[in-house]
Design a binder for this molecule. Structure first.
Ligand SMILES: [Zn+2]
Length: 353
């Protein structure tokens, strides 16, 4: 399979990866696009293949070095068949709402819950690596906070702590926005609804601990400083300097212009129509996030909330690039071509970006 073409449906996926051998072949092609190259002696040529169906080891015909196809990936030293891993990676990266270990076990037909849990855990580990670059730039960014109802173990019944989550989303303009606007104006008197011409780009989500709620801050103005520090700090860490930032009229965001962000703030005064027109995307992100946390995982304890936010962010930001997501969770570094022994010592090899 051409690594650039990712299967877009389950039947297609099944056709491309019908068994363990096809998965092994894929790993081999990714690693050696121009044919097997022995990492020890550097010889290029057909390796010896072991007859056992489950084998993920190739042997160099010259120096007899055994080379594992799964070394350096999440599948390293696994007893689970490659096809199960591939299916699992496909499911976690393409199923929009994500999945619980129990759903996962059923989908993959695994006998033991523990196996499902461990595979899922390892695949998720490839999702929690935070994206380090900032968002925004040419695209305006909506920023807001929401409260997520978390469960805390050991506390009395009905005692639920609310965790504050700050979020940012890029507002991108569709490439055909002008065209669509012109077309729609003919049939709609009042023109095109603005949100049809834009779509959500990348997002960032972060738990902020110790932030007072807006009610608390209103009641005690001394706590306002803490909120401002955290909210502006979040923007500085995640949004490219100079990007237009849209927020509600909350005082915690007042410092943004001084930090170099053109600031578009609008007092909402609890008016849902104003929220809908000024910050439509971040509210949609929050609403889908809450549904996911409640529906899939039946609520998440505060201690694990950030890793769930990271997973949500990972999937959201790669929803147009399923191939990248698939490779990431399996730990397949496709862009890095491992050097041969000879290349390493001749200085020929440079690490791919
Ligand atoms: Zn060799």
């Amino acid at each position: 399979m051409d690594p650039r073409n990712f299967p877009t449906s389950l039947p297609e996926f099944q056709r491309v990866f019908p068994d363990d051998a096809s998965c092994a072949k894929y790993l081999e092609t990714l690693r050696w696009p121009n044919g097997f190259t022995c990492p020890k002696c550097g010889v290029v040529g057909e390796p010896y293949r072991f007859a056992t169906r489950k084998s993920t080891v190739l042997r160099c015909r010259v120096c007899s070095e055994n080379v594992s196809l799964t070394a350096g990936t999440v599948m390293q030293k696994t007893h689970t068949p490659l096809s199960t891993w591939f299916w699992g990676a496909y499911l976690v990266t393409t199923q929009t709402p994500g999945m619980s270990a129990l759903q996962f076990q059923r989908q993959l037909g695994l006998g033991r819950y523990e196996t499902a849990f461990q595979i899922l855990h390892k695949l998720r580990a490839g999702m929690v690596r935070p994206d380090r670059d900032t968002i925004g730039g040419d695209h305006p960014v909506e920023v807001d906070e929401c409260y997520v109802g978390g469960k805390t173990r050991g506390e009395g019944k009905g005692v639920h702590h609310q965790a504050c989550v700050v979020g940012a989303v890029e507002v991108r303009t569709r490439k055909d926005a002008d065209e669509r606007a012109a077309k729609w104006k003919d049939s709609h008197k009042e023109g095109v609804p603005a949100k049809k011409l834009v779509y959500a780009g990348r997002i960032r989500l972060q738990v902020v601990s110790g932030i007072p709620s807006k009610l608390e801050m209103l009641a005690n103005p001394l706590t306002t400083g803490r909120g401002a520090e955290q909210l502006c700090g979040f923007v500085q860490e995640n949004v490219t300097a100079g990007s237009v930032v849209r927020t509600d009229g909350w005082i915690g965001y007042k410092g943004l212009p001084d930090l170099g962000y053109p600031h578009e703030s609008l007092a909402m005064n609890g008016d849902p129509d104003k929220c809908e027109s000024h910050l439509p995307m971040i509210h949609l992100v929050f609403s889908n996030l809450k549904t996911w946390l409640l529906g899939t995982h039946h609520g998440v304890s505060q201690q694990h909330l950030q890793s769930y936010l990271d997973e949500y962010t990972f999937r959201f930001n790669r929803r147009f690039y399923p191939m990248t997501a698939f490779h990431s969770v399996l730990g397949l570094a496709v862009k890095t071509v491992p050097p041969t022994y000879a290349q390493l010592y001749s200085g020929e090899w440079t690490r791919a970006a």
